[in-house]
Design a protein around this ligand. Structure first.
Ligand SMILES: NC(=O)C1=CN([C@@H]2O[C@H](COP(=O)(O)OP(=O)(O)OC[C@H]3O[C@@H](n4cnc5c(N)ncnc54)[C@H](O)[C@@H]3O)[C@@H](O)[C@H]2O)[C@@H](O)CC1
Ligand SMILES: Nc1ncnc2c1ncn2[C@@H]1O[C@H](COP(=O)(O)OP(=O)(O)O)[C@@H](O)[C@H]1O
Ligand SMILES: [K+]
Length: 472
């Protein structure tokens, strides 16, 4: 948190994107309802709501102080508690010697915001079309309480400040925080300070990019741990007594597009599987892959050492896929189902089948679960419950969900992954993680983390093969 926030958007450096849009790792995510419940639990435990607002305002003041670096600050306050946080921050910044102006959209409408407004002893301007800007704008207009899009008039007033350095309190105003609506904020933020927990809209498209760099102010709310951001990658070093089968054996079933299954097999090896068998593979991208003809491959399905089977990459829908999926389901081994294999397996999943990870992209998800509605997090969860499987709902805002309600949101990934074949790689990595044994959700989270970390380390010019070619 040093200099450069405000100028990062102008930087042409290839890594600028990663610096501009980051979120804290392994941080809690709460919907507005869950946030209010957590707030009520705090109150019941003896922490007053005004104390929570004081902590929130102090965190805002702290970040604003560093972003302003001595320059004047304009704090825009709305009528609710988001505005209340703004008044608290104004008081604390002034006490530290900052040059602060406050402009209000409307008088405070909650007891907490009124008290915060009363404790601010400076002037309050009316936020109007001619409000003078400042080098740092603190957006404390609306937070999780926004119930409808901002009016055109207010949107135009905010757009006048585009290009200034903007710190958004909780969310950039205009965003619907649960990720249910695609309202875009008129004034995107360089930095968003999430209060108590991250909100779905910080992590889902189309709103996430408008939040800029997201920081978390914990403020003492005891957020439940079921929904999180992507955790740091677990250590990958094999145990000292490892052997190739203890590290996990993965079978990859190939379809007509052999290259795709080859990428999956290579990815499984690179991600740490000790032994990878590719069916009918054509030329395998790594000679350490064991390529086998269909009959020998089928005999492998009964091998008790098999830790996971991958099917779907390069295998379009049709009778051949249906037969292949039927065979792997009969094998009773943990499965990674990608692309059209998801739809083919769906009617049988959850009926006594082994653990499975499904890896649909947007189009495959819509085909497999056409009736699901809600935010991407809600849809991923509903799909996981229906399939009784872990779902990796891919995209720039990848969401991983388990039938028991656990969710990891992986924004921001690496946009270098937006290239053909990277999904085949992810399916193979899932196979490697699943073949280690253990929980399928943890395996899926580790796979997504591996995929993103590898893509970031390669960066510019990445093609899917690069993800699996070398160890580093
Ligand atoms: N929940 C918590 O634990 C905490 C919440 N805090 C702050 O409180 C915020 C939530 O406060 P509120 O629930 O008061 O909600 P907001 O301050 O987000 O906004 C609600 C107000 O805006 C009005 N409003 C909503 N949409 C509008 C629109 N499109 N046009 C005009 N007016 C509109 C509502 O009538 C209401 O007066 C959080 O985002 C956060 O900043 C913090 O003070 C600390 C703790
Ligand atoms: N803009 C992006 N930012 C981050 N990750 C992305 C982006 N676009 C795609 N991805 C990731 O790249 C992979 C693409 O998978 P998929 O669409 O199945 O590709 P393919 O079928 O060509 O292998 C997924 O893991 C997805 O999450
Ligand atoms: K705000």
């Amino acid at each position: 948190m040093t200099k450069g926030w405000g100028n990062a958007s102008k930087s042409k450096s290839p890594q600028a994107w990663d610096r501009r849009m980051t979120v804290p790792a392994d941080a809690p995510i709460l919907t507005a309802d869950a946030m209010r419940a957590a707030e009520a639990a705090c109150a019941a435990a003896g922490v007053s709501l005004s104390e929570l607002m004081e902590r929130a305002g102090a965190a805002v003041a702290d970040v604003a102080w560093r972003m302003a670096a001595g320059a004047p600050v304009l704090i825009l306050c709305g009528p609710g508690n988001n505005g209340g946080d703004g008044y608290v921050a104004a008081r604390l910044l002034k006490a530290r010697g900052a040059k602060v102006r406050v402009a209000a959209l409307a008088p405070p409408a909650t007891d907490l915001a009124r008290a915060a407004r009363a404790a601010w002893d400076g002037p309050v301007e009316a936020f109007a079309p001619d409000t003078a800007p400042a080098p740092l704008i603190v957006d404390a207009l609306f937070g999780v309480g926004l119930t409808r899009p901002l009016s055109d008039e207010w949107s135009a007033m905010l757009r006048r400040f585009a290009g200034r350095r903007v710190l958004a309190v909780d969310v950039p105003s205009g965003i619907e925080s649960d990720g249910l609506q695609d309202w875009l904020p008129p004034l995107p933020a360089a930095v968003t300070l999430a209060l108590g927990a991250l909100k779905p809209a910080h992590l889902l498209l189309p709103t996430a990019p408008a939040c800029g760099r997201v920081l978390l102010a914990p403020i003492g709310i005891d957020a439940e741990r079921r929904m999180r951001t992507l955790p740091p990658l677990p250590p990958e070093t094999p145990t000292a007594d490892a052997h190739k089968f203890s590290r996990g054996m993965v079978l990859v079933r190939a379809g007509p597009m052999k290259g795709a299954a080859g990428l999956s097999a290579a990815a499984a090896l690179r991600a740490g599987a000790g032994y990878v068998v590719l069916e009918d593979g054509g030329p395998a991208p790594l000679s350490a892959i064991i390529a086998e003809a269909p009959a020998a491959f089928r005999a492998r399905l009964d091998d008790p050492r098999v830790g996971a089977i991958v099917v779907g990459p390069g295998f379009p829908a049709g009778d051949a896929l249906a037969a292949a999926v039927g065979e792997v389901l009969d094998a009773g081994k943990p499965l990674v189902l990608d692309a059209a294999a998801i739809g083919a397996a769906l009617p049988r999943l959850g009926k006594g089948t082994a653990a499975a990870i499904l890896t649909p992209h947007e189009g495959e998800f819509a085909r497999a679960f056409p009736d699901l509605r809600g935010s991407k997090i809600e849809r991923a969860l509903a799909a996981a419950r229906r399939a009784q499987a872990v779902v990796i709902y891919k995209g720039a805002d990848t969401v991983i969900a388990a039938p028991d309600g656990r969710v990891v949101a992986a924004w921001p990934g690496s946009p270098w992954l937006a290239t053909a074949g990277t999904g085949d790689v992810l399916a193979g990595v899932c196979g490697a993680m699943l073949a280690r044994g253990g929980d399928a959700f943890d395996a899926a989270v580790a796979a997504v983390g591996w995929h993103i970390a590898r893509a970031r380390s390669i960066g510019r010019g990445l093609v899917a093969d690069d993800l699996v070619k070398t160890a580093k």
